[in-house]
Design a protein around this ligand. Structure first.
Ligand SMILES: [Zn+2]
Ligand SMILES: [Zn+2]
Length: 273
Protein backbone atom coordinates (compact mmCIF):
# COMPACT_ATOMS: atom_id res chain seq x y z
CA UNK A 1 0.00 0.00 0.00
CA UNK A 2 1.10 3.53 -0.66
CA UNK A 3 0.06 6.54 1.42
CA UNK A 4 0.26 10.21 0.63
CA UNK A 5 -0.70 13.00 3.02
CA UNK A 6 -2.60 15.91 1.44
CA UNK A 7 -3.66 17.62 4.68
CA UNK A 8 -2.38 17.13 8.23
CA UNK A 9 -3.73 20.16 10.11
CA UNK A 10 -6.46 19.96 12.73
CA UNK A 11 -9.58 22.06 13.14
CA UNK A 12 -9.05 24.77 10.52
CA UNK A 13 -6.72 25.49 7.60
CA UNK A 14 -3.64 27.50 8.58
CA UNK A 15 -2.06 28.94 5.43
CA UNK A 16 0.77 30.94 6.97
CA UNK A 17 4.48 30.83 6.33
CA UNK A 18 5.34 29.60 9.83
CA UNK A 19 3.43 26.37 9.07
CA UNK A 20 4.48 25.62 5.55
CA UNK A 21 6.89 22.74 6.22
CA UNK A 22 4.18 20.58 7.80
CA UNK A 23 1.37 22.29 5.90
CA UNK A 24 -1.85 24.16 6.54
CA UNK A 25 -4.49 21.99 4.84
CA UNK A 26 -6.91 19.97 6.94
CA UNK A 27 -7.19 16.19 7.05
CA UNK A 28 -6.95 14.28 3.80
CA UNK A 29 -4.97 11.12 3.09
CA UNK A 30 -4.71 9.19 -0.15
CA UNK A 31 -4.20 5.46 0.15
CA UNK A 32 -3.51 3.33 -2.91
CA UNK A 33 -3.85 -0.38 -2.36
CA UNK A 34 -1.64 -3.03 -3.97
CA UNK A 35 -4.45 -3.60 -6.48
CA UNK A 36 -4.52 0.18 -7.08
CA UNK A 37 -7.87 0.95 -5.52
CA UNK A 38 -8.05 4.62 -4.53
CA UNK A 39 -9.06 5.19 -0.91
CA UNK A 40 -9.40 8.71 0.45
CA UNK A 41 -9.47 9.23 4.19
CA UNK A 42 -11.39 12.42 4.97
CA UNK A 43 -12.26 15.36 2.76
CA UNK A 44 -10.48 18.27 4.45
CA UNK A 45 -9.03 21.08 2.38
CA UNK A 46 -6.16 18.84 1.27
CA UNK A 47 -8.56 16.98 -1.01
CA UNK A 48 -8.57 19.86 -3.50
CA UNK A 49 -4.98 19.20 -4.54
CA UNK A 50 -5.56 15.45 -4.52
CA UNK A 51 -8.38 16.07 -7.00
CA UNK A 52 -6.05 17.95 -9.33
CA UNK A 53 -3.53 15.13 -9.14
CA UNK A 54 -6.17 12.45 -9.86
CA UNK A 55 -7.44 14.45 -12.84
CA UNK A 56 -3.89 14.61 -14.25
CA UNK A 57 -3.23 10.95 -13.55
CA UNK A 58 -6.47 9.52 -14.95
CA UNK A 59 -6.92 11.91 -17.88
CA UNK A 60 -9.93 10.69 -19.88
CA UNK A 61 -10.20 7.44 -17.87
CA UNK A 62 -12.88 7.36 -15.18
CA UNK A 63 -11.77 7.88 -11.59
CA UNK A 64 -13.16 5.30 -9.17
CA UNK A 65 -12.49 6.18 -5.53
CA UNK A 66 -13.72 5.33 -2.04
CA UNK A 67 -14.01 8.29 0.33
CA UNK A 68 -14.14 7.55 4.07
CA UNK A 69 -15.29 10.18 6.52
CA UNK A 70 -14.03 9.74 10.09
CA UNK A 71 -16.86 12.14 11.05
CA UNK A 72 -18.47 15.32 9.78
CA UNK A 73 -16.69 18.09 11.64
CA UNK A 74 -16.01 20.85 9.19
CA UNK A 75 -12.26 20.30 8.91
CA UNK A 76 -12.95 16.79 7.53
CA UNK A 77 -15.46 17.73 4.83
CA UNK A 78 -14.49 21.30 3.97
CA UNK A 79 -12.58 20.39 0.81
CA UNK A 80 -15.41 18.39 -0.79
CA UNK A 81 -16.95 21.30 -2.78
CA UNK A 82 -13.49 21.94 -4.28
CA UNK A 83 -12.74 18.32 -5.20
CA UNK A 84 -12.74 18.73 -8.97
CA UNK A 85 -13.38 15.08 -9.97
CA UNK A 86 -16.91 15.37 -8.49
CA UNK A 87 -17.77 17.64 -11.42
CA UNK A 88 -17.11 15.04 -14.10
CA UNK A 89 -19.79 12.52 -15.11
CA UNK A 90 -17.24 9.81 -15.91
CA UNK A 91 -16.19 9.47 -12.27
CA UNK A 92 -17.67 7.26 -9.57
CA UNK A 93 -17.33 7.77 -5.80
CA UNK A 94 -18.49 5.76 -2.86
CA UNK A 95 -18.84 7.71 0.38
CA UNK A 96 -18.47 5.77 3.62
CA UNK A 97 -19.68 7.19 6.88
CA UNK A 98 -20.12 6.23 10.49
CA UNK A 99 -22.72 4.19 12.26
CA UNK A 100 -25.65 6.00 13.86
CA UNK A 101 -26.10 8.09 10.75
CA UNK A 102 -28.39 7.07 7.96
CA UNK A 103 -27.74 7.91 4.32
CA UNK A 104 -30.08 10.88 4.51
CA UNK A 105 -28.13 12.46 7.36
CA UNK A 106 -24.86 11.77 5.59
CA UNK A 107 -26.14 13.41 2.48
CA UNK A 108 -27.42 16.36 4.46
CA UNK A 109 -24.12 16.71 6.35
CA UNK A 110 -21.90 16.86 3.30
CA UNK A 111 -24.47 18.38 0.98
CA UNK A 112 -25.20 20.99 3.65
CA UNK A 113 -21.94 22.80 3.04
CA UNK A 114 -22.79 23.01 -0.66
CA UNK A 115 -26.38 24.16 -0.12
CA UNK A 116 -27.55 27.72 -0.74
CA UNK A 117 -26.37 30.20 0.46
CA UNK A 118 -23.02 28.58 1.28
CA UNK A 119 -22.05 27.42 -2.18
CA UNK A 120 -23.38 27.98 -5.72
CA UNK A 121 -23.54 24.31 -6.83
CA UNK A 122 -25.95 22.02 -5.02
CA UNK A 123 -24.53 18.57 -4.38
CA UNK A 124 -27.56 16.93 -5.99
CA UNK A 125 -26.53 18.58 -9.27
CA UNK A 126 -23.09 17.00 -9.38
CA UNK A 127 -22.78 14.86 -12.52
CA UNK A 128 -20.56 12.07 -11.12
CA UNK A 129 -21.98 8.79 -9.88
CA UNK A 130 -22.22 8.58 -6.08
CA UNK A 131 -23.01 5.75 -3.65
CA UNK A 132 -23.33 5.94 0.10
CA UNK A 133 -22.39 3.18 2.52
CA UNK A 134 -23.14 3.18 6.23
CA UNK A 135 -20.08 1.54 7.73
CA UNK A 136 -21.41 0.72 11.17
CA UNK A 137 -19.01 -1.13 13.38
CA UNK A 138 -17.37 -4.04 11.64
CA UNK A 139 -15.58 -5.01 8.49
CA UNK A 140 -15.84 -4.41 4.78
CA UNK A 141 -13.70 -5.07 1.74
CA UNK A 142 -12.52 -2.85 -1.06
CA UNK A 143 -10.87 -5.09 -3.64
CA UNK A 144 -8.79 -7.44 -1.53
CA UNK A 145 -8.12 -4.84 1.17
CA UNK A 146 -10.00 -5.39 4.42
CA UNK A 147 -11.21 -2.38 6.37
CA UNK A 148 -12.08 -2.65 10.06
CA UNK A 149 -14.05 0.16 11.63
CA UNK A 150 -14.58 1.04 15.29
CA UNK A 151 -16.06 4.09 17.03
CA UNK A 152 -13.81 6.50 18.94
CA UNK A 153 -14.27 9.00 21.75
CA UNK A 154 -14.88 12.43 20.20
CA UNK A 155 -17.65 15.05 20.54
CA UNK A 156 -20.52 13.88 18.27
CA UNK A 157 -18.54 10.67 17.60
CA UNK A 158 -15.85 9.68 15.14
CA UNK A 159 -14.51 6.37 13.97
CA UNK A 160 -11.09 4.90 13.37
CA UNK A 161 -10.18 2.43 10.71
CA UNK A 162 -7.59 -0.17 9.89
CA UNK A 163 -6.86 -1.08 6.29
CA UNK A 164 -5.19 -4.47 5.90
CA UNK A 165 -3.79 -5.93 2.73
CA UNK A 166 -1.27 -8.74 2.30
CA UNK A 167 -0.96 -8.91 6.09
CA UNK A 168 0.18 -5.31 6.37
CA UNK A 169 -1.98 -2.75 8.13
CA UNK A 170 -2.42 1.00 8.16
CA UNK A 171 -4.45 2.46 11.04
CA UNK A 172 -6.11 5.88 11.00
CA UNK A 173 -7.34 7.25 14.32
CA UNK A 174 -7.72 10.99 14.11
CA UNK A 175 -10.05 13.10 16.21
CA UNK A 176 -9.94 10.92 19.28
CA UNK A 177 -9.55 11.93 22.89
CA UNK A 178 -7.45 9.17 24.39
CA UNK A 179 -7.78 8.18 28.04
CA UNK A 180 -11.30 6.76 27.91
CA UNK A 181 -11.26 3.02 28.32
CA UNK A 182 -13.74 1.80 25.67
CA UNK A 183 -12.25 4.08 23.05
CA UNK A 184 -8.61 3.29 23.94
CA UNK A 185 -9.48 -0.38 23.61
CA UNK A 186 -10.79 0.27 20.10
CA UNK A 187 -7.72 2.27 19.16
CA UNK A 188 -5.44 -0.52 20.40
CA UNK A 189 -7.48 -3.10 18.55
CA UNK A 190 -7.18 -1.14 15.30
CA UNK A 191 -3.49 -0.33 15.78
CA UNK A 192 -2.30 -3.71 17.08
CA UNK A 193 0.97 -4.60 15.28
CA UNK A 194 0.10 -2.14 12.47
CA UNK A 195 2.92 -1.14 10.13
CA UNK A 196 1.74 2.46 10.12
CA UNK A 197 -0.40 4.18 12.75
CA UNK A 198 -1.71 7.70 12.07
CA UNK A 199 -2.99 9.25 15.27
CA UNK A 200 -4.43 12.47 16.68
CA UNK A 201 -1.60 14.55 18.16
CA UNK A 202 -3.30 17.89 18.48
CA UNK A 203 -1.78 19.04 21.75
CA UNK A 204 1.33 19.18 23.84
CA UNK A 205 0.85 17.52 27.26
CA UNK A 206 0.64 21.02 28.83
CA UNK A 207 -2.06 22.20 26.43
CA UNK A 208 -4.06 19.06 27.05
CA UNK A 209 -4.64 20.11 30.66
CA UNK A 210 -6.85 22.99 29.48
CA UNK A 211 -8.53 21.03 26.72
CA UNK A 212 -10.06 18.03 28.46
CA UNK A 213 -13.30 17.12 26.71
CA UNK A 214 -12.35 18.85 23.47
CA UNK A 215 -11.95 15.52 21.72
CA UNK A 216 -8.23 15.44 20.97
CA UNK A 217 -5.02 13.96 22.35
CA UNK A 218 -1.46 14.99 23.11
CA UNK A 219 1.55 13.67 21.19
CA UNK A 220 2.54 11.85 24.40
CA UNK A 221 -0.75 9.95 24.56
CA UNK A 222 -0.49 9.21 20.85
CA UNK A 223 2.95 7.69 21.21
CA UNK A 224 2.05 5.84 24.39
CA UNK A 225 -0.90 4.06 22.79
CA UNK A 226 1.23 3.35 19.71
CA UNK A 227 3.80 1.64 21.93
CA UNK A 228 1.16 -0.34 23.81
CA UNK A 229 -0.38 -1.53 20.53
CA UNK A 230 3.06 -2.43 19.16
CA UNK A 231 2.57 -0.21 16.11
CA UNK A 232 5.77 -0.32 14.05
CA UNK A 233 5.65 3.30 12.99
CA UNK A 234 3.62 6.13 14.51
CA UNK A 235 2.68 9.23 12.51
CA UNK A 236 1.71 12.32 14.51
CA UNK A 237 -1.25 14.02 12.79
CA UNK A 238 -4.00 16.67 13.12
CA UNK A 239 -1.89 19.48 14.59
CA UNK A 240 -3.31 22.29 16.64
CA UNK A 241 -3.78 25.36 14.38
CA UNK A 242 -1.60 27.40 16.75
CA UNK A 243 1.34 25.02 16.31
CA UNK A 244 3.98 26.43 14.03
CA UNK A 245 6.55 24.18 12.37
CA UNK A 246 9.02 24.71 15.21
CA UNK A 247 6.46 23.45 17.76
CA UNK A 248 5.79 20.32 15.70
CA UNK A 249 9.57 19.80 15.42
CA UNK A 250 9.79 19.91 19.20
CA UNK A 251 6.83 17.53 19.62
CA UNK A 252 8.58 15.10 17.29
CA UNK A 253 11.90 15.40 19.13
CA UNK A 254 10.16 14.57 22.40
CA UNK A 255 8.05 11.79 20.90
CA UNK A 256 11.16 10.04 19.59
CA UNK A 257 12.30 9.48 23.17
CA UNK A 258 9.34 7.14 23.68
CA UNK A 259 9.06 5.31 20.36
CA UNK A 260 11.98 4.48 18.07
CA UNK A 261 10.01 5.07 14.91
CA UNK A 262 7.85 8.19 15.09
CA UNK A 263 7.36 10.72 12.34
CA UNK A 264 5.36 13.93 12.23
CA UNK A 265 3.21 13.76 9.08
CA UNK A 266 3.58 16.61 6.62
CA UNK A 267 1.75 17.58 3.47
CA UNK A 268 3.32 15.66 0.62
CA UNK A 269 4.78 12.89 2.77
CA UNK A 270 4.59 9.54 0.97
CA UNK A 271 5.07 6.21 2.69
CA UNK A 272 5.00 2.72 1.22
CA UNK A 273 3.74 0.08 3.60
ZN1 LIG B 1 -10.62 17.34 13.04
ZN1 LIG C 1 -13.57 16.44 15.04
Amino acid sequence: MHVRFWGVRGSTPTPQKENMRYGGNTSCIELRTESDEVLILDGGTGIRLLGEKLDREFGSRPIRAHIFFSHFHLDHIQGIPFFGPLYNAKNHFTFYFAERLDARIMLDAVAGIMASPYFPVDMSNLPCRRDYVNLSEGRLNVGNATIDVLPLNHPQGSFGLRVTQNEKALTYCTDVELGVEWSDRNVRKLAQDAEFFIVDSQYTPDELQNHKGWGHSSWAQAVEIGVSANAKQVALFHYNPIHEDTTVDEMLRNAKKYHPNVIAAWEGLEVTI
